[in-house]
Design a protein around this ligand. Sequence first.
Ligand code: HEM
Ligand SMILES: *[C@@H]1O[C@H](CO)[C@@H](O)[C@H](O)[C@H]1NC(C)=O
Ligand SMILES: *[C@@H]1O[C@H](CO)[C@@H](O)[C@H](O)[C@H]1NC(C)=O
Length: 525
Amino acid sequence: MLRFLWDSISLQMLFVFLFVFLLVSDYMKKRKPKDFPPGPFSFPFVGNLQFMFTSDPVATTQKLTEKLGDIFSMQVGSQYFVIINGLPLIKEALVTQGENFMDRPEIPLDKDIFSKLGELSIEIPDMHCQYFHLSNMPEGKREAMTWLGIHGLISSSGHLWKQQRRFTLTTLRNFGLGKRSLEERIQEECRFLTDAFRDEQGKPFNPYLKINNAVSNIICSVTFGNRFEYHDEDFQNLLRLMDETVALHATIMSQLYNGFPSIIKYFPGSHQTIFKNWRLMKSFVFEKISKHKEDLNPSESRDFIDSYLQEMAKPNGSDFHEENLVACTLDLLFAGTETTSTTIRWALLFMAVYPEIQARVQAEIDAVIGQSRQPALEDRNSMPYTNAVIHEVQRKGNIIPFNVPRQAVKDTILAGFRVPKGTITLANLSSVMFDKKEWETPHSFNPGHFLKDGQFWKREAFMPFSIGKRACLGELLARAELFLFFTALLQKFTFQAPPDTILDFKFTVGITMAPRPYKICAVPR
Ligand code: HEM
Ligand SMILES: *[C@@H]1O[C@H](CO)[C@@H](O)[C@H](O)[C@H]1NC(C)=O
Ligand SMILES: *[C@@H]1O[C@H](CO)[C@@H](O)[C@H](O)[C@H]1NC(C)=O
C-alpha cells in the first residue's frame, strides 16, 4: 500500500512539496549580517538559485567578480558563502588570519557519515563484517565521542582536527619520504604501472583505472601495509564506490540534503546511496583494522593502522578511537587517490597534445637518468624542465579551483568587511593561478612559467595544494608521487592521441576538475 502511494506521487508534486517546506524553514533562519561582503541579487528565501541552474557558471561568476570585487558573498538556501579572490586576499585569509579560517563547515552529509555511531551497527553481510565494537561500548563513553563532532582529517575542526593532523603528519614522516622507504614503495608501484601500460602494446586505451589503482596503492601501502593487484575485485569495488560517491555529492538531491537534512532524509535519492556507500567503505576498513589487531606487535609499527592502534593503547589517547581511525584512513584514501590520479591524467593528456614539450622532458630524462635505472626523488634537483612541466600541469589542471571550504572560527574582519563566525569561506585558487599579473601567459600551457635562466623557479602564485596551516596534508607525498610516476612513464613511453582522434581539454566537474574520459596510446620507446 505504502509502496503504491509512493509510486503515485509525481516528481512535480514532490518538488512543490519540497519548495513549500524550504520556504518555511528558511524563513525561520537568520538574515543577512551587517557589513557583510556585497552579493548579487538574491531571491527571497532561496537565495542565488540562479547559479544552480545556469548553463555556464564560470561565465556567470566571472561577471560577478568584475562587478563586486575580490570579496563577495552568495546565498544558497539559508546558507551564506564568502568567496575571496586574488593572491593578497587569499594570503590574508589562509595565512595571516589563518587561525580564524581554520575550521571546516559542518556539512550535514559529512556530519551524518563521520560522526554518527549508530550507523555502524548496521550489518553488511556481503562484506563479512562483524567488527562493530563501538556499539558495545558503555552509553556514557559513546555519547562523549559523538559530541566531539566530525571525525577524521578532512572535515573535522578544532582540537580534534589539530590532534589527528599532527599525529598523521608525524606518522607519515616516520615512514619516511626522506628515509627512502616510502620512495621505494612508489618506485615499486611505478614498475607495476609501466608493466600494465606495456600490456596495452601501444593500442588506444583509457588509462583511468590503472592510474587510479597505482596511486591508491601508495596510500594503501602506507595505511594498510599492502598494495592490491590491479585486478583485485574487492579493491576495484572500493575504488568504484569512492568514485561513485564523489559523483553523487554533486547531485541535486545531495545538495538539497545539505540544505535541509531533517526533511530530505525521509526521501529516497542519491543521498541515501551515499550513506550506503560510506557504510560499505567503512566496513572494508574495519575489516583491515581487526586483522591488524590480531597480529599487532606493540613495539613495532608496519603501517599507519599499527601506529594508530598503539596510540589508542596509551592512557591519554581518548580522541584516538577506532571510529576516528576509520575516518582518518578513509580520508587519506579519499584525498590521496582522486587528486593525484586526476593530475597524472591531465599530465598524459598535455603530453599527447604538446609533443614538443613531451620530447624535451624525455630528452632530460635520457640525459639525467638514462633508460636502465629507475627515476629517484634525488633526480628532481637535476631536472628543472621536468619539474617545471609537472608544476605547469598542476597549475593549468587546477583540479580544486575553489579549495576545500573553510569556516570562520570567530567573527573576523576581512578587507574591511565583517565575516561572522560560522560563515563558509571559499578561496578561489584559480584567481591566483590564472592571474594576468602573476603569469606571463596564464591561459597557455607554458612550462616557462616555472623556469628562470634554465633553473626551476618557485612561484608564490602556485598553490594547487592551498596554503597555510590547513593546506594539503599530503603535499610532500603527492609531489613525490607525481614526479616518480610521471618520469617513470615518460622514460618508457611516448603518449599519443589514437589515430584519427583529436584530444581536447574538456573536463568534468566533481569534487575535482578532471579530464573527460579519454583513450590514449602509450607507445613503447
Ligand atoms: C595532486 C595531488 C593533491 C592535490 C592537488 C591536493 C590538494 C589539496 C587541497 C587544495 C586541500 C585543501 C587544503 C585547504 O583546506 O586549504 C587538501 C587537503 C588534504 N589533502 Fe590533499 N591534495 C593532493 C594529494 C593528497 C595526497 C596524496 C594525500 C594523502 C596523504 C592528501 C591528503 C589530504 C588531506 C588529509 C587533506 C585535509 C587536510 C586538512 O583538512 O587538514 N592530499 N589537498
Ligand atoms: C575565480 O577566478 C577565476 C579566474 O580569475 C574567475 O574567472 C572566476 O570568475 C572566479 N570565480 C568566482 C566565483 O569568483
Ligand atoms: C594524562 O592525563 C593525566 C590525568 O588527566 C595528566 O595528569 C597527565 O599529564 C596526562 N599525560 C599526558 C602525557 O598528557
